[in-house]
Design a protein around this ligand. Structure first.
Ligand code: ACO
Ligand code: OAA
Ligand code: MG
Length: 306
């Protein structure tokens, strides 16, 4: 079962923008990704690294997950990025252009070396690889399984469409197979699937539609580029009251079925059996994480005590 940490909303914050970094504590998103890669021009890479290091050093009372997007591992900056930021304990590294499992394994090895040097528990730093090319999509299944540090797969549709030599459209038909392949790889590995950014900051309806699609397919979070996008994303990922009410009724119904010695029962004319109960339990776990129900549903509630 995927790790159950809420990661609905991951906001990119450019690492070269002190005015934006200083507001990180105020944002209500679940995570921030401080960017040293594509938001930072080449001539500002060194200055941004110092800025981010200082920000992490001073920002010790954290109320959200902090990831740092380093430069690609084969660039001249990646090692320096890691060396600068890891002593100040980000939760993890967003690895751009994670095209092959070998690239992620290489980062895993580097993180182990830094952890040993810093006297930290091995495995402390997590990895969120970005699948953002045709090669990455083809390798997604292996990438998802490279390391225990990998808690999810992130889709990067801007670079993906560039790698495919196509345009990104509002309808998103061109993304469908990549979105699904990444999702299957993540689900099969039992990790989270995080959808890509939506770049049109003034199209909140478009953002909502794309987030709804991602949620419907099985993604549990979305990256974003602007704090004005947080509320829409949270609203979409929050379980709706009617879903929660129905899930509670399903759990009640299956408990009743079990007292009657059966695993199947009907609820308002619909068959309730194990997969329906599993889905209801997932809705209730999400609702619990959103503070919408007081109790988490335990395994014995789902499968029935032996
Ligand atoms: C394909 C990729 O790789 S995406 C990841 C890399 N790209 C990024 O990180 C870009 C992040 N986003 C941004 O830089 C900005 O949102 C922009 C440049 C796209 C638009 O910026 P603006 O036109 O200033 O947006 P807007 O007017 O909505 O900003 C409102 C406020 O939010 C702040 N803000 C906007 N985006 C961010 C952000 N990502 N992080 C923190 N603060 C932000 C602005 O500074 C502004 O603050 P102020 O009111 O104190 O002046
Ligand atoms: O969607 C993201 O996470 C951002 C990105 O790097 C891309 O789209 O290429
Ligand atoms: Mg990218």
């Amino acid at each position: 079962m995927p790790e159950f940490q809420l990661r609905r909303s991951l906001l990119y914050v450019p690492g070269n923008m002190p005015s934006m970094l200083q507001n990180v504590p105020l944002f209500t998103c679940d995570a921030v990704i401080i960017d040293l890669e594509d938001a930072v021009p080449l001539n500002e890479k060194d200055a941004a690294r110092i800025l981010v290091k200082r920000f992490l050093e001073s920002h010790t009372r954290r109320n959200k997950e902090i990831l740092v997007r380093i430069n690609p591992l084969d660039s001249k900056w990646a090692y320096h990025d890691l060396k600068a930021v890891l002593p100040f304990l980000p939760d993890g590294i967003r690895l751009p252009k994670a095209d092959t499992p070998e690239i992620v394994e290489h980062l895993d090895t580097m993180l182990t070396e830094f952890e040993e040097e810093l006297g930290l528990e091995i495995g402390r730093f997590r990895i969120l690889p970005s699948i953002e090319s045709a090669q990455g999509v083809i390798n997604a299944n292996d990438i998802a399984r490279t390391s225990k540090r990998v808690f999810g797969l992130g889709f990067g549709a801007e670079d993906y469409t560039a790698s495919m030599e196509i345009e990104r459209t509002k309808g998103g038909e061109e993304l469908f197979n990549a979105r699904m392949t990444i999702l299957w790889a993540a689900k099969a590995a039992g990790i989270q699937a995080i959808d890509t950014i939506f770049a049109d900051l003034n199209d909140m309806e478009g953002l909502r539609r794309e987030t709804e699609l991602a949620k419907k397919l099985g993604y549990t979070g979305k990256c974003m580029v602007n704090p004005r996008q947080i509320d829409v994303i949270h609203d979409v990922f929050a379980p709706k009251q009617e879903e929660v009410d129905y899930a509670l009724q399903v759990i009640d119904a299956i408990k009743r079925a079990r007292t009657m010695g059966t695993g199947v029962i009907s609820l308002k004319g619909k068959m309730i059996d194990a997969p329906v109960v599993k889905r209801a339990a997932r809705v209730l776990r999400t609702a619990f994480a959103h503070g919408l129900v007081d109790e988490i549903i335990h395994e014995e509630d789902i499968h029935g005590a032996e």
